[in-house]
Design a binder for this molecule. Structure first.
Ligand code: SAH
Length: 226
């Protein structure tokens, strides 16, 4: 089973949106599991301090290597086979092939940063793989972790109604998805393209393929170039 362990300073944020709808139903049905580990439990002193000022100066605070390492070491067996991810704007941008790979594996360990980030030495010392959800800066890794988990969980067998619903989508075959329509047949003077109502499956498939290529060329030529 796909198991997620999330190290965070904000455990109350979980499962959050992952607890409802598709991922929430799958959680309740035991198709995947998640647990949070509060980094603060390994904080120092009476105040459970987890951060300190950046070496070399500058604004903000940095999560201490010793505190995060203590939390990781206490929370994970040394032979845990799951990839250890660190949410980070400096990471490799998350893309669908990596999501598929993660979803097919035993699960993930995710470390959520806060403040200015975490001490580099624990990234190196515990072999954390930095993953970004896009070129913008969040205030913490938790929403990123939820994005990553949502993307993985929907691909776990049994989670989505039909297996096909995962194979025809945006980013498969380096294409964006074709336009979708449903009833009514005409709405505010706009009709569903005739071919989609023709019942000719080969024609429909060709139309969708061409539409996907046109949209991808216009919006994301970088995908086609791959
Ligand atoms: N000072 C850092 C940003 C820290 S933001 C920098 O300039 O790179 C605080 C935390 O939010 C980070 O440690 C990370 O865990 C999370 N975060 C911010 N943006 C993110 C993104 N695009 N993808 C994944 N995690 C992100």
């Amino acid at each position: 089973m796909f198991r997620a362990t999330v190290f965070t300073l904000m455990p109350d944020m979980f499962p959050g949106p992952l607890g409802v709808s598709l991922s929430g139903d799958a959680l309740a049905r035991g198709l995947w599991a998640m647990e949070t580990r509060s980094i603060r439990e390994h904080g120092i002193g009476r105040h459970r301090t987890v951060d300190d000022t950046p070496a070399g100066g500058g604004p903000g605070m940095v999560i201490r290597a010793d505190v995060l390492a203590a939390s990781l070491d206490a929370g994970l067996p040394p032979d845990d086979p799951r990839p250890r991810l660190l949410m980070s704007p400096r990471g490799q941008p998350l893309r669908q092939p990596r999501v598929r790979e993660l979803a097919a594996g035993p699960g993930v360990v995710i470390v959520c940063g806060r403040f200015e980030g975490i001490d580099q030495r624990v990234i190196d010392g515990r072999g954390l793989e930095e993953v970004s959800i896009g070129d913008y800066v969040l205030s913490g890794g938790e929403l990123g972790a939820m994005v990553l988990l949502d993307a993985c969980v929907r691909l776990i067998p049994g989670v989505m109604g039909k297996l096909e619903s995962g194979s025809d989508e945006s980013f498969e075959n380096n294409l964006l998805e074709y336009p979708q329509y449903t009833r009514p047949r005409e709405w505010e003077g706009r009709a569903i393209p005739d071919v989609l109502l023709s019942g000719d499956h080969a024609k429909v498939a060709r139309w969708r393929r061409e539409a996907a290529e046109r949209i991808t060329r216009a919006r994301r030529p970088d995908l086609l170039a791959e």
